[in-house]
Design a protein around this ligand. Structure first.
Ligand code: DON
Length: 345
C-alpha cells in the first residue's frame, strides 16, 4: 500500500517532470519570427529556379502560369504564415486523393481500406496499369494504395451516396471543410482531363474487372476526374494539411472534419506513397507524410506541429513539383518538423 507521504512526493515529482517537459517543448517551438524567416528564406532561395516543366498530358495544365510560386504554413494551433503568391489557384489534382481517402475511412473504417485496396507502395508511376496486374496476380494480394490512380479511382467509387450528385456533394463538402472555405471546380481543367483521360478509364474498367470497383467504373472515373479539378491556392492546401497535423480538426475554423482515430493511418499512406515512386527519397530527406499533385502543389504534415503547402507548377520526371519539394524540405528542416527526429540530439 502506498502511504500518503510517498504519494505526495510522487505527485510533486510528476509536477516537476511535467514542468521540465513543458519548458523543454516550449524551448523547442519556434517563434513566429523564426517561422516567417524560414518561409521567406526558402521563397527567396528558389524564386529563380526554373527546373522542371508543367504537366502537359492534361492539355489545360500546360497553359498554367509556370511562375506561380506560393508557400503557406498553418500551425496546429491555427496560425497562418505565407510567402509569395497565395492568391493564384491551381487544380488540386492528386492531392485530392488524400481527402477522398479520409472521407472513405470515416464512412467505412480504416481497416476496410487495408483489406480492399491496401496500403503498400507500388513503386511504379502513379498511373501504372502494370501495377494493377502485379498487385492482383503477382503478389496474391492488395499490394496497392489509395494515392495512386487505380486505388484512388476505387476509393472514389466507395464514397457513400444515392446518386452521382450526392456523392459529389459529399466529396466537395469534405474538401471545403478541410480548407475552411467553399472550394469550386475549375471547369476548364475538368473538361480538358475528361476529354483526354482514356488511360484512367481503362484503369477504371480494369479495377472493375478485378472486383475492386463494385459498380459503374465510368462514373467513378468521372467523379475522380472532377475531384482532381478542384481549384486551390497555397493557403487552402496548407489549411488542409494543418487539419491533418491537428488530429483532423481544422485549426483555423475549429471544426473536427475527420475522425481523429483515422488520421494516423491516413498519414501512414501519405508517408508510403505520397510522392509516388519517389516517396522513399522524400521520406529519407524530410520524414514528412506528404502528397503531390500534377497541378504543382505539394502538402506535407508535421504531426502536432504544422501543415505546409507549396504551389509551383514545374514538375520533375516523377510528377512532383521541383520547387515545392525543395522549399518544404528546407522549411521543415529549419523548424525541426521531421517527426523521425524525435529523441535525436
Ligand atoms: O489522374 C491523373 O492523372 C490526374 N488527375 C492526377 C495525377 C496526379 O496529380 C499525379 N501527381 N503527381
Amino acid at each position: 500500500m502506498i502511504n500518503v507521504k510517498t504519494r505526495a512526493s510522487g505527485l510533486l515529482l510528476s509536477a516537476v517532470f511535467l514542468t521540465i517537459g513543458f519548458f523543454a517543448a516550449t524551448a523547442q517551438a519556434q517563434s513566429p519570427t523564426e517561422i516567417q524567416a524560414a518561409l521567406d528564406a526558402a521563397y527567396t532561395k528558389y524564386q529563380n529556379l526554373e527546373e522542371g516543366a508543367n504537366a502537359d498530358y492534361i492539355p489545360a495544365l500546360a497553359a498554367v502560369d509556370s511562375n506561380i510560386y506560393g508557400i503557406a504554413l498553418v500551425t496546429a494551433d491555427g496560425k497562418v504564415y505565407t510567402a509569395g503568391d497565395i492568391e493564384s489557384e491551381v487544380s488540386i489534382q492528386s492531392i485530392s486523393k488524400v481527402f477522398t481517402l479520409a472521407l472513405v475511412m470515416d464512412e467505412k473504417g480504416a481497416d476496410t481500406i487495408l483489406n480492399t485496396i491496401g496500403a503498400d507502395a507500388t513503386g511504379m508511376r502513379f498511373n501504372s496499369i502494370v501495377s494493377v496486374e502485379w498487385s492482383k496476380k503477382g503478389l496474391g494480394g492488395p499490394e496497392m494504395n489509395s494515392l495512386v490512380n487505380p486505388g484512388a479511382i476505387a476509393t472514389t467509387s466507395m464514397v457513400e451516396g444515392d446518386s452521382r450528385e450526392a456523392i459529389w456533394n459529399s466529396i466537395l463538402n469534405t474538401y471545403s471543410e478541410f480548407a475552411g472555405r467553399p472550394l469550386a471546380v475549375n471547369q476548364e481543367v475538368f473538361k480538358s482531363e475528361a476529354e483526354t483521360n482514356q488511360r484512367n478509364q481503362a484503369i477504371g474498367y480494369l479495377m472493375y474487372a478485378y472486383g475492386y470497383i463494385k459498380d459503374d467504373p465510368m462514373r467513378a472515373t468521372d467523379i475522380y476526374t472532377e475531384q482532381c479539378s478542384v481549384n486551390v491556392n497555397a493557403r487552402d492546401l496548407a489549411t488542409m494539411a494543418g487539419t491533418l497535423a491537428n488530429h483532423g480538426k481544422n485549426p483555423v475554423t475549429g471544426k473536427q472534419v475527420m475522425k481523429s482515430e483515422n488520421v494516423p493511418e491516413l498519414l501512414a499512406v501519405m508517408a508510403t506513397a505520397g510522392l509516388y515512386d519517389d516517396s522513399g527519397k522524400w521520406l529519407y530527406r524530410t520524414g514528412l507524410p506528404a502528397k503531390s499533385g500534377v497541378g504543382g502543389g505539394i502538402i506535407a504534415v508535421s504531426p502536432g506541429k504544422f501543415g505546409i503547402a507549396v504551389i509551383s507548377p514545374r514538375l520533375d520526371d516523377a510528377g512532383n513539383s521541383v520547387r515545392a519539394q525543395l522549399a518544404i524540405a528546407d522549411i521543415s528542416n529549419a523548424l525541426h518538423g521531421n517527426p523521425l527526429e524525435a529523441g535525436t540530439q
